[in-house]
Design a protein around this ligand. Structure first.
Ligand code: NAD
Length: 235
């Protein structure tokens, strides 16, 4: 990653912060974009295409190029489908799906000459249905398809597009869901063949691999970092 310029959305969150730290550790220049700008990050709501453009432009202005994108921004708000307010449905799809597209599009415009790599954080919920997560599951499934479409469309520009789909990761998002009674930690561990939640580092490993030259012939792929969750089909 030495010398690469990578933009990370949601870089203030659990997965995004780990990915950013890892990339910096490997010698990359990282531009963090998040609703909560935090220390040294850029304030950006990825549902706003102009703000996405501003982040991509700032990265190129500051570092002279753009090599990669990791889209980690997201939210989780389980709710019974029967009473889900339309505004909540719309916001979920806006952040998880529309925002992923706007962010990737803004960055890809700056990689059309040089090539690059894009990694979306999806979820096992791109494949596996959970109750009370209709908008989340549909949006993540949408991003898995977006990964494939952008991969084949931008391949001729040397831009690879892949996704990393975790099962439950030990981050604040998961802690909030446990605290709110949406997730039972013991049940989750029992459902995961490898018997534990993912650590943000597990996700960062997969992201860095897909960004790197080691994945130079991999595009349009969703890599599930799930401890065997999706494979499991027994009782
Ligand atoms: N934690 C898990 O168990 C888990 C599992 C599977 C997938 N994911 C996905 O991984 C991604 C990161 O999750 P996390 O666990 O790090 O969550 P997190 O809540 O710790 O971090 C999410 C970050 O995204 C930012 N964000 C939210 N809306 C934004 C917007 N509109 N524009 C810019 N930034 C915004 C938040 O400010 C926060 O810093 C999400 O897409 C999530 O759906 C998480």
């Amino acid at each position: 990653m030495r010398g690469k310029v990578i933009v990370v959305s949601g870089g203030a969150g659990g997965i995004g912060a780990e990915v950013s730290a890892r990339l910096v550790g490997e010698g990359a220049q990282v531009v963090v974009a998040d609703l909560n700008a935090g220390d040294g990050g850029m304030a950006c709501d990825i549902t706003n295409p102009e703000q996405c453009e501003a982040v991509a432009e700032a990265a190129v202005k500051q570092f002279g190029r753009l090599d990669g994108v990791v889209n980690c921004a997201g939210l989780s708000k389980p709710h019974d489908s029967i009473s889900l307010p339309p505004a909540d449905w719309a916001r979920m799809v806006d952040v998880q799906l529309n925002g992923a597209f706007y962010f990737a599009q803004a960055c890809a415009k700056r990689m059309m000459e040089s090539g690059g790599a894009i990694v979306f954080i999806t979820s096992t919920n791109a494949e596996a249905a959970f109750p009370r997560r209709a908008a989340y599951c549909c949006a993540k499934a949408g991003v898995a398809m977006l990964t494939k479409v952008l991969a084949i469309e931008w391949a001729e520009k040397g831009i690879r597009v892949n996704a990393v789909g975790p099962a439950y990761v030990a981050t604040e998002m998961t802690q909030r869901n446990i605290a709110a009674g949406n997730v039972n930690e013991a049940q989750i561990k029992a459902r995961i063949p490898l018997g534990r939640l993912a650590q943000p580092a597990d996700v960062a490993d997969a992201v860095c691999f897909l960004l790197s030259e080691k994945a130079s012939f991999i595009t349009g792929h969703s890599l599930y970092v799930d401890g065997g969750w999706l494979a499991y089909g027994y009782f």
